[in-house]
Design a protein around this ligand. Structure first.
Ligand SMILES: Nc1ncnc2c1ncn2[C@@H]1O[C@H](COP(=O)(O)OP(=O)(O)OP(=O)(O)O)[C@@H](O)[C@H]1O
Length: 302
């Protein structure tokens, strides 16, 4: 990873314990200029710990963290980074524009405050006190604080949590624009549609280890085939034995069946349970591919 010349932030062979628990084990991660990297994985996988290491909030127990070639705790490199954390309080009494102006003052070449407010979808909210904002509006202020200094590296930890779809899509557009202009972006998210449409690269973390690192298309292709969803009285094991079936999982009251041969699996399914309902067939999504990589215990895989 350290020989990756386009990398602007790296974790190399990083091991980190928190409390008595190993959280990351020998992890390599590189964030490159002009690329949106989505770091995905279930709760507790270690995503926020990676963010903590790259932003200098945490130090590795073994291995190295580098930001623009230096220790992330060095003030010289911190000014080139904008960070939007999962939780960051805003002072109730300051207005949105005052907060953005204050944060902009920490950077050498900040954007004009009005431009930052517009990019974050806050043009009409500049005079509002932060304490009166909704959850989604407060997230947009945190985004404004992350981008106001024109950072070379933008770290967004679950940026669109609490945002409505329209606000989220507007934020994606500005993130894409920043990446196209050369900013390296690290995004953590539980919204796999967000990762699929925004990321150039998806890194999947499971229990502190990387289980996939590729383009969203290449990760989807690992699953391939089709996904059938339906309600049926058939047992998982019976469906799993049907021709073409690669894996079967209970998703609430439905079954999610990944198959290499949808027509044959469908015929057999309808033969075995003519009362099957809510039947849908579609291509495997990024969510299907990641579910296959993570292998939860309640799924049967071929
Ligand atoms: N200060 C701490 N002390 C002990 N354990 C911790 C501490 N902080 C985090 N952990 C543990 O480290 C593991 C990784 O946590 P982390 O927050 O990095 O996961 P995550 O992938 O960001 O999860 P989420 O999707 O829930 O935000 C979890 O098991 C968590 O309980």
């Amino acid at each position: 990873m350290t020989d990756d010349l386009s990398a602007i932030a790296t974790l190399t062979a990083v091991t980190k314990r928190l409390g008595s628990k190993p959280v990351l084990e020998g992890l390599d991660l590189a964030i490159r200029a002009g690329e949106v990297t989505a770091l995905l994985g279930p709760n507790g996988a270690g995503k926020t710990t990676c963010v903590g290491l790259l932003t200098g909030r945490l130090a590795p127990d073994a291995g190295t963290a580098r930001l623009f070639g230096l220790d992330p705790r060095r003030p010289a490199v911190r000014g080139r980074m904008g960070v939007m954390l999962q939780t960051a309080g805003l002072p109730d009494v300051m207005t949105v524009a005052e907060m953005v102006a204050l944060q902009s003052g920490y950077y050498f070449h900040p954007r004009p405050v009005a431009k930052t407010l517009a990019l974050a979808g806050l043009a009409d909210l500049g005079e509002r006190r932060c304490g009166t904002l909704s959850g989604g509006q407060a997230r947009r202020v945190q985004y404004a604080l992350a981008i106001c200094g024109r950072p070379d590296l933008l770290i967004l930890d679950e940026p669109t949590a609490a945002m409505d779809r329209g606000s989220a899509r507007a934020l994606w557009a500005t993130v894409r624009e920043a990446a196209d202009a050369g900013t390296g972006v690290l995004l953590t998210s539980h919204d796999l549609a967000e990762a699929d449409s925004l990321a150039d690269r998806v890194v999947v973390l499971d229990r502190g280890r990387i289980v996939a690192d590729d383009t969203p298309g290449a990760i989807r292709a690992q699953v391939g085939g089709s996904v059938i969803r339906c309600r049926t009285r058939l047992a998982l094991a019976v469906v799993h034995a049907m021709p073409g079936v690669r894996e079967v999982e209970a998703e609430g009251a439905e079954l999610r069946i990944v198959t290499r041969d949808a027509p044959t699996t469908l015929c057999r399914l309808l033969d075995a349970d003519p009362a099957v309902t809510d039947l849908r067939v579609g291509d495997a999504t990024l969510e299907d591919a990641i579910a296959a990589l993570l292998a939860p215990p309640h799924r049967i895989a071929a």
